[in-house]
Design a protein around this ligand. Structure first.
Ligand code: G3P
Ligand code: CA
Length: 247
């Protein structure tokens, strides 16, 4: 019996600065099944890993990611919460891929293209994934469903997922109609009557986020969902393993 896979949200971001090599390294150390990360693009076209369109929340500076060059953005410290890590830098997607390659973990690349329409970000990400030999390890997602469709048009064999929040109607049917085999809903969307059942019937894979409380981790595992995206992969793994041994 397959258990629910546990993916570390922005890396093991409950234990290290989010979306950094430190957080991804921690996810490997905690034996997560995969990681999730957020890709944006600098002024000079570098793919960088940071959640927001600006650097304001996580760094010691202010401004839009799109207005920094890679060299400039690399001077920022993105560690505000974990003093034990000292100064921590924004990684590029290539640096993360290099770190992850040996580990064999799955990589959920979330393309952050909903607010800034970064020029050809989908092509660039696909090219890099291919160049690094990671095509069988990467699953793409985005809140911008045009981006998800563009990825499949550019490369029909890619694995994709629609991200969404807050009560959309008919999501399983919508995913099926667009040939997308997974949904990554905000956790609370699982409550809609018959939602999980309908996804099961339509063979839509489900990986909710952000599943941080043990109570909800247990619920996700009891429903045999394909994955959970969590800041605390160690706790998720313990619960997923317990659930498997109870079957
Ligand atoms: O990919 C799951 C989750 O990361 C989506 O939300 O805002 O954390 O990027 P957000
Ligand atoms: Ca994300």
């Amino acid at each position: 019996m397959k258990r629910t896979l546990v993916w570390a949200h922005r890396g093991a971001s409950g234990y290290a600065p989010e979306n950094t090599l430190e957080a991804f390294h921690k996810a490997i150390e905690l034996k997560a099944d995969g990681i999730e990360l957020d890709v944006q693009m600098t002024k000079d076209g570098a793919l960088v890993i940071i959640h927001d369109e600006t650097v304001n929340r996580v760094s010691d500076r202010r401004g839009w990611v799109k207005d920094f060059t890679l060299e400039e953005i690399k001077t920022l410290n993105v560690n505000k919460k974990f003093p034990e890590y000292g100064v921590v830098k924004i990684p590029t997607l290539e640096e993360v891929y290099m770190l992850m390659k040996e580990s064999g973990l799955l990589i959920n690349v979330e393309i952050k293209s909903g607010i800034i329409f970064y020029d050809n970000i989908e092509e660039k990400v696909l090219d890099l994934t291919k160049q690094m030999g990671l095509e069988d390890k990467v699953i793409y997602s985005s809140f911008n469903h045009y981006s998800v469709m563009k990825l499949s048009e550019l490369k029909p064999t890619v694995e994709t997922a629609f991200l969404y929040e807050d009560g959309y109607i008919d999501m399983p049917e919508y995913a099926l109609r667009h040939g997308v085999k997974a949904l990554h809903p905000a956790l609370y969307n699982l409550q809609y009557p018959n939602f999980i059942k309908e996804c099961r019937e339509k063979n839509i894979l489900l990986r909710p986020w952000t599943v941080n409380e043990p109570e909800y981790m247990k619920m996700v595992c009891e429903n045999n969902l394909e994955g959970m995206i969590t800041n605390y992969p160690d706790i998720g793994l313990k619960i997923a393993e317990e659930q498997r041994s109870n079957i």
